[in-house]
Ligand binder design. Structure first.
Ligand code: HEC
Ligand code: HEC
Ligand code: HEC
Length: 384
């Protein structure tokens, strides 16, 4: 089954007819009206003091998403729009689909309180609130009742990863060429950076988020490559890096729903197969169980693949992309162990060195990286 769950979370274009074939794919979300973030703001609701009621404050004061519309008005966006030949970024669906999603909602579904320029706001992620705004505060409603009434089930990490990846991974190659920053999805670290206005109670949920996020990112990339016959070397190298990481991690960690290793000249059947494998991994990873033992074992295994970076035969651009994904994995595993493992691992300098190595991929040095990976592993072993 070729599944692309993420697209259902992109909020729907007013008239599909106004979108050209190059516009992101969308499925119309039928049903309730959008209330706008103002509807959540009251101090007795989500705009109050204290951790239970402060979600609006966290979002409006700290969350990157509140700026999503405003950046469309800055000079960088102006340059991107100019090279794409579009009149204004702030009113083009090619930008607003991710930066100002309420703009593409039919006006009949926007209540007077919803402002199209509010960026990526509450209902972008939680779903249009018209159907549950009144009910969701009732004491006889629980989480399941709210979800049944149409609130997105974001506690489910598979659903959550699909919600974020819809805007955070695939970008039309023309946008990248026009100067848009490259998109790179990693659910665990990016949730912390958002920053979170919620608490994930289960201590090891970060690793579940990391692996689920990597799997949905791989599925999205595989889908994009499978549907675009004119693939570029860059997109394929990026895909190869992530596919390699998922294959290496699922094999080293004996994770059910493994992903197979990518070949260096992949073509359509392989992208399609990878799409299915990563979809299965995403579902499995979203309910995976982690412990100090399994996190530590995977960290050690991933820190032991240095030989792969000095092997002749794999093109340097693929090695660079693999290294970048690997460093991110080491970082999330280290972070999870530091949070939950009792002792803080003394491996920061070695990890920072690895981050330095993958900062500019054009000049990637495989044997230097392999040496630094060995240093990381040695430091890790000393933290027994
Ligand atoms: C697929 C969703 C998507 C589309 C379509 C999209 N963007 Fe973005 N854009 C993002 C995301 C996600 C980021 C944040 C990237 C990051 O920093 O990781 C971003 C970042 C940016 C930034 C940098 C913002 C900053 O704070 O540094 C600019 C400028 C920008 N986008 C402009 C545009 C313009 C102009 C268009 C239309 C031509 C557009 N974007 C289309 C998702 C999108
Ligand atoms: C970028 C996506 C996103 C945006 C925007 C967003 N949320 Fe959330 N929100 C989440 C996720 C993910 C969770 C965690 C899952 C959960 O608890 O439902 C969450 C959790 C919550 C919770 C539960 C908190 C807890 O500790 O259980 C509330 C309440 C909430 N959000 C309200 C809001 C409000 C109000 C806004 C707008 C001011 C908002 N959210 C904007 C993604 C988002
Ligand atoms: C409707 C599209 C959309 C959705 C859904 C979305 N984002 Fe974003 N996100 C954006 C855009 C656009 C930006 C760029 C905003 C800017 O830089 O001003 C962004 C920026 C960010 C940033 C800051 C830049 C970076 O990459 O470090 C983080 C972190 C982030 N998003 C995390 C998340 C998480 C976590 C989720 C899911 C819970 C999520 N986003 C869902 C569109 C979206």
């Amino acid at each position: 089954m070729l599944l692309r769950a993420a697209c259902i979370y992109l909020l729907l274009a007013a008239g599909a007819g106004s979108l050209s074939a190059k516009e992101p794919r969308q499925i119309r979300e039928s049903g309730s009206a959008f209330v706008g973030s103002i509807g959540c703001k009251s101090s007795s609701c989500h705009g109050g003091a204290g951790p239970k009621r402060s979600q609006y404050i966290t979002w409006s004061q700290k969350d990157f998403h509140t700026k999503a519309y405003a950046v469309l008005l800055d000079s960088r966006s102006e340059r991107i729009a100019e090279s794409l030949g579009i009149a204004g970024a702030q009113s083009s669906a090619r930008c607003t689909v991710c930066h100002s999603p309420l703009q593409s909602v039919a006006s009949s579904r926007l209540l007077g309180t919803a402002r199209p320029d509010e960026g990526v706001s509450c209902e972008t992620c939680h779903g249009a609130a018209g159907g549950w705004l009144r009910g969701h505060t009732r004491t006889d409603w629980n989480y399941n009742t709210r979800v049944a009434a149409g609130m997105h089930d974001l506690r489910n990490l598979y659903v959550r990863a699909n919600a974020c990846v819809a805007c955070h991974q695939n970008l039309a190659p023309e946008l990248l060429k026009a100067g848009h920053p490259d998109l790179f999805f990693e659910l665990d670290g990016q949730s912390v950076a958002e920053p979170k206005h919620w608490r994930d109670e289960e201590p090891w949920s970060g690793l579940r988020e990391w692996l689920t996020g990597q799997a949905v990112a791989l599925r999205e990339m595989s889908w994009a490559l499978a549907s675009d016959p004119q693939n570029e070397a860059f997109s394929i190298a990026r895909w190869n890096g992530l596919a390699w990481l998922c294959a290496t991690a699922t094999s080293a960690g004996s994770i059910p729903s493994p992903v197979s290793l990518p070949s260096s000249n992949a073509s359509l059947p392989e992208f399609t197969r990878m799409q299915n494998e990563s979809e299965a991994l995403a579902r499995r990873a979203s309910v995976s169980n982690w412990s100090e033992g399994s996190a530590r074992a995977l960290l050690t295994a991933l820190a032991s693949v240095d030989a792969e970076f000095v092997e002749k035969g794999t093109p340097n651009n693929l090695l660079a992309q693999r290294a970048k994904r690997l460093v991110l994995a080491l970082d999330r595993l280290t972070n999870a162990l530091n949070q939950n493992g009792g002792v803080r691992l003394k491996i920061d300098p070695e990890l920072n060195q690895l981050f330095q190595d993958v900062k500019t991929l054009d000049a990637f040095d495989g044997s230097g990286f392999a040496g630094h990976l060995q240093n990381f592993r040695t430091a890790l072993e000393q933290n027994r």
